[in-house]
Ligand binder design. Structure first.
Ligand code: ADP
Ligand code: MG
Length: 771
């Protein structure tokens, strides 16, 4: 490639030199042209500004010289044309060479190549410009040619005019000479002088006229000559300007050529630099290749040694591969066999697991039974009936001073004992637990929550709040919105327990709210709360009781509970003029039923939690009340005595338990008998003025407890359960009836907006929609 490049360069140089030579020839020819023109001009100039005698000589020279010069010029023009054609041919060759050079063997693109391309372009441009200048020069030559032709014409005409003039002058001078000769001969003949003179004069005047004519003609011819000279002068000027332009063009051509030369030189330099760089790169690549080659050789040697060491490993691998191949071939069979054995093993294992599962289930059920039995036994040992006492704090309603003094004191070492000072005597009572006034709702609930949760296991539970009006029964059972009592806390605890067992058990919690007033059972969640409900035996022969028409709502959240309680309150308030008074004369029941299904065993449980806020236990009848108050008091006494009787009969294991003696015991029959659990929360007021009622309540509590704990032998001692009237302290005259008043105003009788019936209906709707 380098060689071909160099060859091209040489060829190009040669062409350039030829071109230069041609251009030199062309310049020389043009110079000759110019000289001819100058010569021509010199001839014409010589003819100008001379008088008539000199004119003729110059004129002859001009005619002869003009013909030679024209011949010479034609020759030069022919030569010029030939040279031009030659130059064109050379330029064609040069272009072909350049094209060859522009399409060299592919070279790596680098900036020198780009520079080279740029220079080539510039060179081509310069060539084009030279071409243009030459074309212009040709045009100018043509113009010069035309002007020369015109000049020759003018000269020809001038020559003719001059010849005519010379002839005329010659003729006139001849005549003048003849006339002068005639005049001289006539002068020599005197007689005839006058006539001759006259004749001569006459002839002389004719000659003078002819002379004048000749002179005017001469004048005219000279004017013509002057005009021709003017034209000649203008043409000369034009020629001069053309020559100037030609000189400028030549100078430009020179400039372009110099530029061409410079570009060419630069191109050569670039090419040289490229060449050097290429050589350097080749050397570097070669040295790098050598180094790499060496490294490759070294690697090869390492690989060879590795190959030698790997051969034994390869042999082992081949052996391994062969054995693996054998294994793979045998694998499906092996797999099938293994699968078969695995299947049988798995089947066996499943069978074993199933039988183990069945065994476990059987054991689990037995354990459940055992647990229930143990629990029953525990409950029996602890006592199915537990009695707690709660002493409320002294309130504003208790008055001030001695009246408001506390009649109740506590044993700091025993939380099951309290002392009551009554009529100057101190009586001590032992219960299962005593809550002093400072005990909170949480403290109380903590003691009862085990009972509450046992209803999830399917036990029936009854929690009664017993005590005179104003002793805190409703506070303990319902509490306030900010500090709820056992009712709400029990439901919340049940929700939490049910949630924690949700993985295995499905539970449904339903609630009913009822009231027993004057031995009439009413549904406080029903559409007709004033309607009396009946308690009936289940027709399925199970001996179970049920209340047809008693509303049950399913509850799942605290919001549901609140709605239920609100509906209960609203319905309770509907039928009475004074809710506080009414509520103290009726038993309020919250019946919670928890039904569970163990998804794994299919075991079903159903437990009932009855939370009862009993009517006030004060002895209204003895205060001489009449009419409806007396009737109310009788009903209350009857039902509370019946409750005592039932508990007595149960604990003393009598054959007959008089559940039917009151609506309350009849309704709670299921929840009081069997392995049911009962908690009696005896509420007392610590106020001195209530000590008599407090005494009655505590005696009731103690008797309930003693029945449960006492041996059978004591049953005879007790005889039958004392009536409310008999519960009074000592054999002396009965204490005057106290607490006839309905007690302090209670905060829980919250009347809502609008008529109670409408409100109840709206709450019912909400509850039904919620579940
Ligand atoms: P009952 O329902 O037995 O008639 P209440 O529950 O209505 O009695 O209580 C009478 C008043 O005493 C209410 O104002 C109640 O707020 C208040 N009270 C009862 N027990 C407590 C207690 N443990 N702590 C504070 N106040 C109580
Ligand atoms: Mg109450």
């Amino acid at each position: 490639m380098v060689e071909s490049m160099a060859h091209l360069q040489e060829e190009k140089l040669r062409m350039q030199q030829e071109l230069l030579a041609l251009q030199e020839k062309l310049s020389a020819r043009e110079k000759e042209d110019i000289d001819v023109s100058v010569q021509l001009q010199g001839q014409v100039r010589c003819g100008l500004g001379k008088d008539g005698a000199e004119w003729r000589v110059e004129n002859r020279g001009t005619v002869r010289g003009g013909t030679d010069l024209e011949k010479h010029r034609d020759l030069l023009a022919a030569e010029n044309e030939r040279l031009r054609q030659e130059m064109k041919a050379r330029e064609g060759e040069l272009r072909a060479l350049r094209q060859q050079q522009q399409q060299p063997a592919p070279c790596l693109p680098c900036e020198h190549v780009q520079e080279n391309g740029r220079l080539q372009e510039r060179l081509a441009q310069l060539q084009r410009e030279v071409e243009e200048a030459r074309a212009k020069l040709g045009e100018l030559d043509l113009e010069v040619q035309q002007k020369t032709n015109r000049l020759a014409e003018v000269e020809l005409r001038l020559k003719d005019s001059l010849a005519e003039k010379a002839q005329e002058e010659e003729r006139l001078s001849r005549r003048l000479r003849d006339s002068q000769e005639t005049i001289a001969s006539l002068k020599a003949q005197p007689p005839q002088v006058k006539y001759i003179i006259k004749t001569v004069e006459v002839e002389s005047s004719k000659a003078k006229q002819a002379l004048c004519e000749s002179q005017s003609r001469n004048q005219y011819l000279q004017e013509q000559v002057g005009m021709q000279r003017q034209v000649l002068k203008e043409m000369e000027q034009q020629l001069q300007s053309s020559q100037k332009t030609a000189a400028q063009l030549r100078a430009q051509i020179m400039l372009y050529e110099a530029e061409l030369e410079r570009a060419h030189g630069q191109m050569l330099e670039e090419m040289q630099a490229m060449e050097d760089e290429k050589n350097r790169a080749i050397e570097e690549a070669f040295s790098r290749a050598q180094v790499e080659m060496k490294a490759v050789h070294e690697n090869l040697a390492g690989v060879r040694t590795n190959l030698l060491t790997l051969q034994p490993a390869l042999r082992t691998l081949t052996n391994d591969y062969n054995s693996l191949k054998r294994q793979v071939r045998d694998f499906p069979l092996l797999l099938q066999e293994t699968l078969r054995s695995a299947r049988s093993e798995i089947g066996q294992a499943i069978e074993e697991v199933n039988s183990a599962n069945r065994e476990l289930l059987r054991k689990y059920r037995r354990e459940l039974q055992l647990r229930k039995k143990c629990h029953n036994e525990l409950v029996r040992l602890k006592g199915n009936i537990r009695v707690f006492g709660r002493v409320r704090p002294i309130t504003k309603e208790d008055g001030l001073g001695a009246e408001a003094a506390s009649a109740v004191t506590f044993d700091p070492d025993d939380d099951a004992v309290l002392h009551l000072s009554h009529k100057g005597k101190q009586v001590s009572f032992e219960l299962d637990k005593v809550f002093p006034p400072k005990a909170t709702q949480e403290d109380v609930f903590r003691e009862v929550q085990a009972l509450v949760t046992s209803c999830i296991d399917g036990y029936n539970v009854c929690i009664f709040a017993y005590g005179q009006t104003g002793a805190g029964k409703t506070y303990t059972m319902e509490g306030t919105a900010a500090n709820p009592g056992i009712n709400q806390r029990a439901l919340q605890l049940l929700f939490a327990e049910v949630r924690s067992k949700a993985a295995d058990w499905d539970y449904a919690i339903t609630v009913s709210v009822a009231e027993i007033y004057n031995e009439a059972l009413r549904d406080l969640l029903g559409k007709e709360p004033q309607e009396k409900l009946e308690i009936k035996l289940c027709p399925d022969g199970s001996g179970q009781l049920y209340v047809p028409g008693l509303t049950e709502f399913r509850v799942q959240s605290v919001e549901d509970i609140n709605k239920v309680f609100e509906l209960g309150h609203v319905n309770r308030a509907t039928e009475c003029t004074n809710l506080n008074e009414h509520s103290s004369r009726s038993h309020a029941l919250l019946i919670i039923t928890v039904r569970g299904l163990d998804r794994s065993t299919g075991l079903r449980t159903a437990g009932k939690l009855n939370l009862v806020d009993l009517a006030g236990s004060e002895r209204v009848g003895r205060s001489g009340a009449e009419g409806s108050r007396l009737r109310e008091a009788q009903y209350i006494n009857k039902s509370l005595s019946a409750l005592g009787d039932v508990i007595y009969a149960l604990r003393s294991r009598q054959g007959h338990v008089p559940f039917r003696n009151s609506k309350l015991t009849y309704l709670l029959q299921d929840s009081l008998s069997g392995d049911s659990k009962t908690l009696m929360m005896v509420q007392v007021s610590p106020a001195e003025k209530n000590s008599s009622e407090t005494l009655c309540s505590l005696k009731f509590a103690e008797r309930v407890r003693s029945v449960e704990l006492g041996p059978v032998s004591r049953r005879a001692e007790l005889g039958s359960w004392p009536s409310q009237e008999q519960l009074e302290w000592g054999p002396g005259p009965s204490l005057s009836a106290q607490g006839d008043s309905p007690g302090p105003t209670r905060g829980h009788a919250a009347p809502g907006p609008g008529p109670p019936a409408a409100r109840a209906a709206s709450i019912r709707r909400k509850l039904q929609s919620s579940g």
